[in-house]
Ligand binder design. Structure first.
Ligand SMILES: [Zn+2]
Ligand SMILES: [Zn+2]
Length: 127
């Protein structure tokens, strides 16, 4: 980050790699999204108000970049974040996260008679 003294404030310039937590639009999982932010913002001196200045130094002359970065990161975020390419999302029927588990909602219903047979086989395998 580079700080240059300009009239009425300090010009903050730099590239910062920021990591923000976003929510996948398909499965609602939270995941870190990293983005390279290009910052170019004039930070005003404390106590003075000037048009076009959003950020201000503290009374002690410090600049806390976190709010600036948060805002920039917000702008840089994708509109429709996905936790991974081809995220399977959540099953609308049972709410299972299809990335982690498969559910049977999409499958055809098993014939009840076959289901009985399947259960018998399972019992046998379990003993
Ligand atoms: Zn996802
Ligand atoms: Zn399901």
């Amino acid at each position: 980050m580079q700080f240059t003294r300009v009239q009425g404030g300090i010009l903050v310039e730099g590239r910062i790699e920021a990591q923000v937590e976003v929510e996948c639009i398909r499965c609602l999982a939270h995941f870190p999204y990293s983005t390279l932010l290009e910052v170019e913002e004039v930070v005003g001196l404390a106590g003075r108000s000037r048009a076009g200045i959003t950020y201000r130094l503290t009374e002690e002359g410090w600049f806390d970049p976190s709010s600036l970065l948060r805002e920039q990161a917000w702008v840089a975020l994708p509109m429709k974040p996905l936790c991974r390419p081809g995220c399977q999302g959540i099953c609308p029927e049972c709410g299972a996260n299809l990335n982690l588990e498969s559910c049977r909602c999409g499958e055809e219903r098993v014939d009840p008679r076959l289901a009985v047979l399947a259960r018998l086989l399972e019992d046998r395998a379990g003993s």
